[in-house]
Design a protein around this ligand. Structure first.
Ligand code: ADP
Length: 651
């Protein structure tokens, strides 16, 4: 097979070389033929020149004698000149005097006088005419400086083709000879060289396939001998490398085995984790799965027996057999043994050592025990957590019930309180109104009495009664607000009118302590607002009373108002120069019955601001306060402005 391939290669190479040689020969022949043709033409021209010169001198005498027959004879004799086509004698202007021409069929020459004229070259030095046909030759016939005519020689141009064909044929033959010779030489040489190369190739292939023999260095040429030497060195090195590779392969195989065992170990731990985290299976089922897993994982499953003793359970593998070949570990939680794991190999094990178990298998037993201990601990904690959770839930439930009960009781108590306040107020108002009525009646009867002391006492009863009535009314209002029973009548109200009515009511108590009240003119310029007239008056009185009550002697109160930017609401501000309130106190003042750190020298129940805020909110407004302890407070209420079209409707 290889020999065939080698011969095929040699044949192909030789053929390519031979064809190349042939091709080169043809190119050479072609170039050579051009040269040959030129040479043949030059020789032919020289011969023609000699013939023409001879003819010119020969025919001159006969021309002078006008002996055309002799001229014709001479021309016929000269026509034997090789490749001659025609011979002509003309007079000096080109009129043909005598002519012999070859018959193309018989190839014989005969006179063919046609009584016609040719055009001789203008320049007599031009012998060949016309230029493109160097074979037509014109030789002037002259004597003693006078021109008598022309000798015209026309050569058959076929001779040029003959010369070219001959040359090409020779080149072709030469090329063919070269081709055959080249083919044979190259083929034989290549065959010989390739045979040596083949030895080297075979050797190299053997090297690759692992046969590291030595190669004879006598391969027939110095290069191939060198190659053989190099290949021998390579073979020696390859031998060394192969030994190293064999060693490394052995090492890798052992590592691979270790790795395999390690993977098995890891796989076992992974599966163990899965089993331990499975939900909805009993401890018995869990332990059975672990036993089956250990059997599968061990090096000789068919010889492996497993026993797990754990938390009142003992689980054995199928066909359990105890033997002296065993590995065991205990399961410990908080330093206390809670179980153990034992793995046995059947007696028929062929392992020679006293401990046939792999290192990894020893680790595994410990690791499984460790994980079972963790599982036990986790289960314990989970159980505790569940118990605690249950207890917590129970407590939350109980507490919720208590709270619901407390809430119901508080609501009931609140309702009872509101009812009581409401009833009380009503009950108090009736006798109070009677007291006030009678005291006023008595006052009226004693109007002109001389007894000033009695009049003063009755007035005192009347004032106290009025004060009491205010307090009772406030409590009644609070009860109504808490029961959502306070109904307001919202209508367009003029603030200036409210202020005008309210100020006189508080002026006296203010002037008693030297407090001045200044109402800003802005109050008169604001549009009507939406409010309950009576209740708004109550709000303003409340805020003014507080501003007086919690002011310093000779203090000041400023009343002003402003319109919001969007023209939708007004803000009424009552500012005093009184004791002021801290931030912490401010948070409490609107709560019912909250009085800030007073030693009860100032009258009040602590519900004025609670009622005020509820009233403002029922009038769809807002209330707020800013204060600085020792400097004074600023209370403000914001109420909606009546729409423009209803502005004139003030009740
Ligand atoms: P009362 O005036 O009857 O105590 P209020 O509800 O009107 O109840 O006020 C609650 C508390 O707010 C008052 O006890 C007082 O401490 C504080 N307070 C109200 N207005 C002012 C004010 N203008 N300056 C300082 N403290 C005030």
């Amino acid at each position: 097979m290889r020999i065939l391939r080698r011969q095929k290669l040699a044949t192909q190479t030789s053929a390519i070389a031979a064809v190349t040689l042939l091709f080169l020969s043809l190119i050479f022949g072609w170039l050579q033929s051009s040269k040959e043709v030129n040479l043949a033409i030059t020789i032919k021209q020289r011969e023609i020149q000699a013939l023409a010169t001879t003819l010119a001198s020969t025919v001159l005498d006969f021309m002078l004698d006008q002996n055309l027959a002799a001229i014709e004879n001479i021309l016929l004799n000269s026509s034997r000149f090789p490749d001659m086509h025609a011979l002509l004698i003309t007079d000096h202007v080109g009129n043909i005097l005598s002519e012999v021409r070859k018959d193309t069929e018989t190839h014989t020459f005969s006179p063919t006088f046609r009584n016609s004229a040719l055009s001789p070259p203008a320049d007599s030095s031009v012998k060949f005419y016309p230029d493109h046909n160097p074979i037509d030759y014109w030789q002037k016939i002259s004597y003693a400086g006078e021109d008598y005519g022309w000798v015209v020689i026309i050569i058959d141009k076929a001779f040029i083709k003959t010369v070219r064909d001959d040359t090409l044929l020779a080149a072709l033959l030469y090329g063919a000879a070269m081709m055959i010779a080249g083919f044979l030489i190259i083929h034989i040489t290549l065959n010989l060289r390739l045979r040596s190369l083949q030895h080297c190739t075979d050797f190299a292939e053997n090297l690759v396939s692992g046969q590291h023999n030595q190669l004879s260095e006598n391969q027939g040429s110095s290069e191939l001998d060198g190659l053989a030497n190099s290949l021998n060195i390579a073979a020696a090195k390859l031998n060394q490398q192969k030994q190293k590779i064999d060693e490394k392969t052995a090492l890798l195989e052992s590592k691979n085995k270790q790795l395999f065992n390690r993977i098995k170990e890891l796989n076992c731990i992974y599966k163990l984790s899965n089993i331990l985290s499975l939900n909805d299976i009993t401890l018995q089922q869990r332990l059975e799965q672990i036993v089956a897993l250990i059997v599968q994982t061990w090096q000789h499953p068919d010889l492996t027996s497993v026993r797990i003793t754990f938390s009142d359970h003992t689980v054995l593998s199928d066909n359990f057999t105890e033997s002296e070949y065993q590995v065991r570990s205990s399961i410990q939680s908080d330093g206390i043994d809670i179980g153990k794991l034992e793995v046995f190999y059947g007696k028929s094990t062929e392992e020679p050592s006293s401990s046939p178990f792999l290192k990894e298998e020893h680790y595994l037993v410990d690791e499984i025990c460790h994980r079972l201990a963790l599982y036990f601990k986790r289960e314990q904690l989970t159980q505790q957590l569940v118990t605690q959770n249950d207890q917590l839930e129970q407590r939350v439930h109980e507490r919720t019930l208590e709270l619901i009960d407390a809430k119901v009781r508080a609501e009931n108590a609140n309702q009872a309180k509101s009812d009581f306040l409401s009833r009380m107020s009503h009950e108090l108002r009736t006798p109070l109104n009677a007291i006030l009525g009678f005291s006023q009646l008595v006052l009226l009867n004693h109007k002109h009495s001389e007894d000033g002391e009695l009049t003063e006492q009755i007035e005192h009863i009347n004032n106290s009664g009025n004060h009491l009535l205010t307090l009772v009314n406030e409590v009644l209002d609070l009860a109504r607000i808490e029961n959502n029973k306070l109904l307001l009548q919202l209508e367009p109200v003029n603030l200036a009118e409210i202020v005008d009515r309210t100020l006189p009511m508080v002026l006296e108590s203010a002037s008693q302590r030297g407090i001045t009240i200044t109402a800003d003119e802005s109050i008169r310029k604001i549009p009507n607002i939406i409010a309950d007239r009576q209740r708004l008056q109550q709000v303003v009185i409340n805020l003014l009373s507080n501003a007086i009550k919690y002011n310093i002697d000779d203090g000041e109160i400023f009343l002003s108002s402003s319109i919001s930017k969007d023209n939708n609401s007004i803000t009424v501000t009552i500012r005093d120069t009184g004791i002021g309130l801290s931030n912490e106190e401010l948070e409490r003042i609107f709560e019912p019955f909250e009085r800030i750190n007073h030693d009860y020298t100032v009258d009040g129940m602590g519900i004025g601001l609670t009622i005020t805020r509820s009233l403002v909110q029922l009038m769809q407004g807002n209330i707020g306060v800013v204060s600085t302890p020792g400097k004074g407070s600023k209370f403000w209420i914001e109420l909606k402005i009546v729409e423009k079209k209803y502005q004139s409707m003030v009740g």
